[in-house]
Every structure is written in C-alpha cells, then in structure tokens.
Ligand binder design. Structure first.
Ligand code: PEP
Ligand code: MN
Length: 340
C-alpha cells in the first residue's frame, strides 16, 4: 500500500499516517518527491483498512498495488521516469547510445576506443574495471586502476561513463569514479548490493538476471527505489535458452514493451551480451530502438581478436559508426532524438 500525502501537509498529519501504519506492525517508509510526499507501507498491509488513511486530512490518495513491486510500477507513477546525467537524457523522446570496450585493458586501449565511439556518435562510454568472469582464470579486470583510466577518459571525451560494481568494495570505487553504476546479470538478486546501491545518489542500471522473470527484474529495481535511489534503469541483456550455439543468449525484446507497460523506468537493451556474436549486434540494436528501448549498450573493440573479454561480440569502430548512422534513420522515423 502506498499513501500519497497532500502537498503542504503538516508534520502532525504525517505522524497520524505513520501511527496507523506502525499500529499494524508495518513500517512507514517516507519518500520525498519534488511535489509530493509518499509513505510506502512495508510489511503485511493486507489487513489495513485503506479508509483509515483516506479519512485523514493530510492524505490525498491511497493506492493498493496488485503487482509485487510498487514504486517501480506504472500504477504508482504514470509518467515515464527521466534520468539526466551530464547532459545525457534517458527517457521519452530520447535514445541513448552507450558504447565502449567490455573491459578496460589499458589506458591506451580505452582512450582509442572512447575517442572512436565518441566520433561515431556515442553518448555514453561503457567499460568494465571489475569483471564478473565465469572462469577464475579469465581476466578479472583492472580494478581501481581501470576506474581511474575511465574517469580520465570520460573527462577528456565528455562522455559520461557506465561501469559495473560487483560487491560493496567495488561499489565504493565505482561510485567514486563512475557516473552510472551497473549491476550485472549475475548480481541482479544480490539484495545486499542492491540495498547499498539504493543509498547512493548516482543512476544505476540493473541488468536482468539471465534466468530471471520480468517480475523478479522489477523487484530488483524495487529494492533500489525503496531504499531511496530513484534513478533506476532496467537492462535486458538476454536470457538463457536451449540453443546458445549461434546467439549466446536470447534477447527478450518482447520484455521491452512489457517492462515499459508495467513500469515507468527507462529500459536499455544490451545486444552484445544478449547475442554474443557481432553479426547479430547491428540487427538487434536496430530492433531494440524499434521496439521502444530507451538506450543500447554496445561492446566496441578495435582489436577484437586480442580483446581480454568478449571479443567475438565486439563491433569495430567503423562497424559501430555504421550502426549509429542506421540508428539515426530509424530514430527519425520514430520522432526520437539521438544526441551526439
Ligand atoms: C557487461 O556488461 O560487461 C557484463 C558483464 O554484462 P552481463 O552482466 O549482462 O553479463
Ligand atoms: Mn562482457
């Protein structure tokens, strides 16, 4: 249950609401928006009579949400959420192109690729400094040194940077150096990490767990929203299926309009991790824009055979440039702006 207070409500009117919530062994979580204050009732609220709140002078509306998630749902917030970061806008009417290496490998490699993606028209730089690898023998990322490189390259190119945090320690570093925090597919249900992210004031992109349902994905977002961070994006990155030979994962493009109907949060697609092979990346990127995604996250490498991570799915800079040109044509047909 969510209780929306009237604007200009008094502290004692808010206290009345809290008292009723607490009397029912639930916890009132206060969410202060730009215009309205909302009380999110945590706990088993099924036994609370909503009219107890409706009759209070300070209450504007009481919403019971049937979906398991609340703050992430369209029932709670009808308008699309817009996220602004250093001049880049995720939200209606915009399409954000994020590109860069899967992993930061060196200062030189990151500068080269960042300049190339910027020239091609990318809006945001991607790059991992902490890599969640299936094998413990695979390259694990450059850690803080990698983040320092990303920060310097981001400042030089003017492209905000998105980078992944794996745990509390790396989250501290990613928060310090990055602009957008990425929670990867393997950590989508790392609830303690989500709670930590929820306390930060930087945007977060939550990748869908490779075997997670749409509800579970939205509940992961709910953790971050409920903790007070409202700058949340969802990212479809492919789910597991029975035939991974040609596509690595199955990009669930059908999940994009579904997530956008169920939720107000921006939806990103990662066609690189989603399809695993570069020949699939361009068609799936165009399809992502056409199906209503707000952004794509694309792996780009200028020497993919030597890439330390995910070379087969990386576009070369010229291929990426070709993709951006095609995206502009699809975007203009859909009246969507791509900045850059
Ligand atoms: C990544 O984007 O670098 C990554 C590891 O992605 P995922 O979590 O989707 O596998
Ligand atoms: Mn990767």
């Amino acid at each position: 249950m969510i209780i929306i207070l009237k604007s200009g409500h008094t502290q004692s009117q808010l206290d009345e609401v809290k008292l009723i919530v607490e009397k029912h062994q639930c916890e009132p979580i206060l969410i202060k928006g730009t215009f309205k204050t909302t009380v999110n009732v945590l706990g088993d609220d099924t036994q609370i009579d909503a009219d107890l709140f409706r009759q209070l002078a300070g209450v504007e509306e009481v919403i019971r949400i049937a979906a398991p998630y609340r703050l992430a749902s369209r029932t709670f917030k009808k308008e699309d959420t817009t996220i602004n970061i250093k001049g880049v806008t995720y939200g209606p009417g915009h399409f954000v192109i994020m590109g860069g290496p899967c992993a930061v490998e060196s200062e030189d490699q990151t500068y080269r690729i960042a300049r190339a993606v910027k020239k091609a028209g990318a809006n945001v730089l991607r790059g991992g400094a902490y890599k969640p690898r299936t094998s413990p023998y695979a390259f694990q990322g450059m850690g803080e040194d990698g983040l320092k490189i990303l920060r310097a390259v981001s400042d030089e190119t003017g492209l905000p940077v998105i980078t992944e945090a794996l745990d509390s320690k790396s989250l501290e570093m990613v928060y310090k150096y990055g602009d957008i925090i990425q929670v990867g597919t393997r950590n989508m249900q790392n609830f303690s990490l989500l709670k930590e992210v929820s306390k930060l004031d930087k945007p977060v992109m939550i990748k869908r767990g490779m075997s997670s349902t749409i509800d579970e994905w939205l509940l992961a977002a709910e953790y971050v929203l409920a903790g007070g961070n409202h700058q949340v994006m969802l990212c479809e990155r492919g789910i597991r299926s029975f035939d991974a030979r040609y596509t690595r994962n199955v990009i669930d493009l059908g999940a994009v309009p579904v997530a956008k109907a169920l939720s107000h949060l921006p939806v990103v697609v990662d066609p690189s991790h989603g399809s695993g092979r570069k020949e699939n990346v361009i068609p799936m990127s165009l399809a992502s824009l056409a199906v209503g995604a707000d952004s794509i996250l694309v792996d780009v490498h200028d020497d993919a055979t030597k890439a330390l991570c995910d070379g087969p799915q990386a576009l070369t800079p010229p291929e990426f440039e070709g993709l951006v040109k095609k995206l502009h044509r699809v975007a203009s047909a859909l009246d969507i702006k791509i900045k850059g």
